[in-house]
Ligand binder design. Sequence first.
Ligand code: FO1
Length: 322
Amino acid sequence: MRIVVLAGGIGGARFLRGLKSAVPEAEITVIGNTGDDIHLFGLKVCPDLDTVMYTLGGGIHEEQGWGRAGETFAVKEELAAYGVGPEWFGLGDRDFATHIVRTQMLGAGYPLSAVTEALCARWRPGVRLLPMSDDRVETHVMIDDPEGGEGARKAVHFQEYWVRLHASVAAHAIVPVGAETAKPAPGVLEAVSGADVILFPPSNPVVSVGTILGVPGIREAVAASSAPVVGLSPIVGGAPVRGMADKVLEAVGVEATAAAVARHYGSGLIDGWLVDSVDTDAVAEVEAAGIRCRAVPLMMTDLDATAAMAREALALAEEVRG
Ligand code: FO1
């Protein structure tokens, strides 16, 4: 079975671990979000690709969900001693090595997809990990600019909004800079058109899955696919399971409920939607929107629970396949 998963960072990576355990024989292609990518200290950092790679490759800091296990921060401390920041973004020494290799290869002319493949040769994540695009796409967030006078707004990088500001200020718009001219990375459209099942894990629907779908050609390929498309709600009981998805949903005018996120994707894109058991009431609303819906436990508390979620998603895919 060929499964394509559109994944963001922590939620996507943990779901993939469950999916691999549920169907070890499946051929899984992950299309990773690169809108969170940031250039720091002259290096290209790809948080979501690395989170998937480290999580599936056994190198992730488990409790944190991002960055390397057993990390130290000597380089960051030395940079800070020179007054070189940003100090709010925690790049560890082990993680730095990944960004150095990536930046060196990009500088030598390799596209991000080839660089990601080379990095994965070390981590062996057991999936084919593709960036959504080899082109630079950077998610910016429009926020109020108190220094700019009455009604002034400014754009900040997604990581600044997420990590430095903890999404604590209103997001007026989410702008995927560069998306309109970006092309899907080699292999992306082929994977989507050749998939038996397409899954949207419980990743952020706006700045993760939404950004991937915003690369011209990807949304169209998913919508045109004959494979069932099934998503898992990242919103449980009216709040994100983790992260601050509610803040960016507000920016695009979508209520932070499991049903509203399903309607946001729409029946033209997804065929099936899983909500958590606490959101059983949402099932009728989602089905009224033309999307097959089931309520099942959606908390990724451990590998068994996550594998069970993956099996439910695949079962729903079979059901909608008819
Ligand atoms: N998240 C944080 O909350 N604080 C950090 O300092 C931080 C650093 C960081 C470094 C490398 C990396 O791959 C991820 C990192 N993250 C950090 C996670 C990341 O900011 C976001 O969670 C994702 O971009 C959202 O998917």
